[in-house]
Design a protein around this ligand. Structure first.
Ligand SMILES: Cc1ncc(COP(=O)(O)OP(=O)(O)O)c(N)n1
Ligand code: TZP
Ligand code: MG
Length: 359
């Protein structure tokens, strides 16, 4: 290689190493502070260190001597999208693209200097693609994720006595302010569940509400509803995700903080948190209680719905934990006027959300 070519190669390696380091750091900051995702943060950090260790094996003097930021024509070229970052998610997506490209550039030019070092960078690039895909899945903004994020009132319903009553119930509840329905009826046949979920989805969508299936990802797909809710001992979130895909929702029940932290790692879109209080719908030996909700509000970034025995009379206690989303059954099902009950719950939730936003 000529002296000029070698110098240009060092310039490329120096610039690309800086770009890769900055890109990895940008991603690391979001997994650390935006998502509290310790494993992803550690993986990005390790890749950053491994690439830096490779570059450290090149003659530093040569790299620095080749650096010419002022004379670099590239620093004067600006693309129209470079300053378009509406959200941190945009920053992350740009960071992923920039880092992948830089690692590839380093690898290619290193081949002309030291094939062994190039192979180490190639391995780092493959590891980067795996971890970047995990991160992208967490931040990808599907319309349903935005909607579960904005949801406050989640109602678990059974299949009802007949289809007409069921349909009119869904319409009334959605109109009164329910954001999300879950079809939970352990006594029904698959056929009934599929039919009810299909119809509920079609009605709920007219009111901008969502419908999820309890426990069964296969039935969620058969009914083409908005997702599935699974429990700790049921279909694992990763497998539910394989069945329903990235654009439908997967919710997970959690009862303690390590389960809530795991929910983020396995890619759940939201969590149910409870049981908070004794419930008339289901019996429990143990309660997660209000303390668990306080922990979740402080530490968990995905939407969290408090569940279990929530009534109008204890809703203030729930809201005081700073968890501002609830999932209910009995308080609505057993109310003298279920529609009125939904409206009251809605009012209280909206008031709490309004206070939060004005703080
Ligand atoms: C929103 C929401 N949160 C929690 C649960 C409870 O789910 P799970 O623990 O799987 O219990 P069953 O519903 O299967 O009895 C839920 N369904 N929804
Ligand atoms: C399915 C489920 N899991 C925890 S509580 C509950 C039932 C809904 O609770 P409630 O009827 O107490 O509002
Ligand atoms: Mg379940």
């Amino acid at each position: 290689m000529t002296r000029d070519s070698l110098e240009a190669t060092y310039r490329i390696l120096d610039a690309s190493a800086n770009r890769a380091g900055e890109g990895l750091r940008t991603l690391e900051e979001w997994t650390r502070f935006g998502l509290d995702a310790a494993e992803l943060t550690a993986e990005f950090k390790q890749i950053r260190h491994d690439v830096a260790a490779v570059l450290a094996q090149l003659p530093r003097q040569e790299l620095l001597a080749a650096r010419d930021t002022i004379g670099d024509v590239g620093t004067r070229l600006e693309t129209s999208t470079e300053y378009q970052r509406a959200t941190p998610q945009d920053v992350v997506q740009a960071g992923i693209a920039r880092t992948g490209q830089s690692l590839r550039v380093i690898e290619e030019y290193l081949k002309t200097i030291d094939a062994r070092l190039a192979r180490i960078v190639e391995q780092a690039r493959y590891r980067f693609y795996v971890v970047a895909a995990k991160l992208e899945l967490l931040i990808v903004r599907s319309p349903l994720r935005d909607r579960i994020h904005n949801a406050r009132l989640y109602l678990l319903i059974d299949a009802g006595s007949d289809i007409d009553t069921f349909e009119s119930n869904v319409a009334c509840m959605a109109q009164a302010g329910v954001d999300v329905f879950q079809l939970r009826d352990k006594r029904q046949t698959d056929r009934v569940l599929i039919d009810r979920a299909r119809r509920a989805t079609s009605i709920a969508h007219d009111f901008n509400a969502l419908v999820l299936m309890n426990d069964r990802a296969d039935l969620a797909m058969a009914a083409q509803c908005d997702g599935v809710h699974v429990g700790q001992d049921e279909l694992p979130v990763e497998l539910a995700r394989k069945i329903v895909g990235d654009h439908r929702l997967v919710g997970l029940s959690t009862h303690q903080i390590d389960q809530a932290e795991d929910a983020l790692k396995v890619g759940a879109d939201y969590i149910g948190c409870g049981p908070v209080f004794p419930s008339s719908t289901k019996t429990f030996q143990q309660y997660a209680g209000l303390e668990y909700l306080r922990d979740v509000a402080k530490r968990i970034k995905i939407p969290a719905f408090a569940i279990g025995g929530i009534e109008l009379t204890n809703l203030d206690e729930v809201l005081s934990t700073q968890v501002h989303r609830i999932a209910v059954t009995g308080v609505v099902r057993d109310a003298d006027d279920p529609v009125q009950m939904v409206k009251w719950l809605r009012e209280k939730l909206d008031a709490a959300t309004g206070e939060e936003e004005s703080r």
